[in-house]
Design a protein around this ligand. Sequence first.
Ligand code: NAD
Ligand code: MG
Length: 386
Amino acid sequence: MKNLTILGSTGSIGVSTLEIVSTHPDRFSVVAMTAGNNLELFVRQIRQFRPRIAVVASTADIPRLKELCSGLDVTVLGGIEGLIAAATADETEMVVAAIVGAAGLVPTAAAIRAGKDIALANKETLVTAGHLFMNLVAEFGVRLFPVDSEHSAIFQSIEGHRCKDIGKIILTASGGPFLNTPAAQLSKVTVQDALNHPNWNMGKKITIDSATMMNKGLEVIEARWLFNTPVDRIQVHIHPQSIVHSMVEYIDGCVIAQLGTPDMKAPIAYALAYPDRITTGVKPLDLTSISGLTFFNPDHEKFRCLKLAYRAIISGESMPAVMNAANEIAVAEFLEGRIGFTRIAETIERTMNAHSAHNLHSIEEVLKADLWGRESAREICKEMVH
Ligand code: NAD
Ligand code: MG
C-alpha cells in the first residue's frame, strides 16, 4: 500500500489521480488532500477517499470546510501551513504535486525536505527553481517522477539507458487550437476559442499555455532540469495527433518514442506505481484507425512565447522565474477578458526586457523574483487596458 498526499485534488490532474486511486484501492491510500476552491467537489472527494488531513488554500474557507466535513474523522487545515502539513504528513510516502503555478513551490519543496517521493505535475516548480529543486532531490535522496505526458514519455524512453548517451530530446506539441489560425487573426481570438483545445482536457491555465505554446516552452525548461540536458539539445516538433508523446534520440542515431491515446491517467499511473505498470482504463491505441502521424517545426514568430521560454532558460538565473510569473499574470488577465490574446506574449516580453537576471540561492529568493515579475507584469497589463 502506498500512502499519498494529493496537492490540488480538485484540479484536472487531481481528479485523474483519484480515478487511478479508486481503480486500485489495494495499492494506494490517500493521507492528505488539498484544494484551492470548489469546496463541493472537495467534500465529495473527502467522503470517498477519507484522508486524515484536508487542506483548503485560503484560511478564510476553514470554517465552511469544517462545517461541510462535520461528522467526518478529518483534520481541516488551511493556508500555506496547511499545505506544508499535508505535504509532510508522517505516513505519506509520495506527494502528487498537482497545484497549478508557482503556488506549488513551497509545499513541494517541503515534501522533498521531509523525504517524500514526488509525482510532479506542477511544471512551474522546475521552471522557476529547477537547479534548487534538483539539488534538493539529490540532497534528500527522494525520487522525482514526471507526470507531464511528454516528460513521462522521455522518462519511459530513457529507462535502461544513460542520460549521457542522449543525442537530443524531441518534445512533441499538439500545436493547440490556433495551429492553423493565421498569425494576423490571433489578436482577435476569444477566451472561448483559446480554451477549446483539440486533444487534451485540462485546467484553464495550462489550456491557455497550450494555445500560446508557452506550455511547450515551460516543458523545454522542465526537460532541461529533469534529464540534465542542455536546451540546445531539446527540440520541439508539432505533432497534431498527440499520439507520440515525445522521443529521445541517442548518439548512435536510434530514436525511442512512447505512444498512446492522449489521456493523463497513463502518465499519472506510471508515476504512482513505478516500476510497475497498472491498469488505467485508457483507451488502447489503434494505429490502423489513424490516418497518419505528422511532425513539423513550430513557427517561432507566430508562437512568440516558445521563443521567449528558450530566451529565458538561456539567460538563466532569475529570468525563467520572472517569465513564469509574467505568464501567470498575463494568462489570468486574458481569462478575465482584460487583455487580448497576443498581449500575453507582449506582457511577458516586456517584463523580461525590464528584468536584469540575477542568481537565486534559495526558494525565498525565487519567490522574490516571482513577486517582482508579477508586479511588473500587472503594471504592464494596466497600461494596455487604459
Ligand atoms: P487545475 O487548475 O485544473 O487544478 C489546479 C489545482 O490546484 C486545483 O485543485 C486548485 O484548487 C489548486 N490550486 C490552484 N491555485 C492554488 C493555490 N494558489 N494554492 C493552493 N491550491 C491551488 O490545473 P491542472 O490542469 O490540474 O494542472 C495542475 C498542474 O499540472 C499545472 O502545473 C499544469 O501545468 C500541470 N499539468 C497539467 C496537465 C493536465 O492535463 N491538466 C498536464 C500536464 C501538466
Ligand atoms: Mg505536457
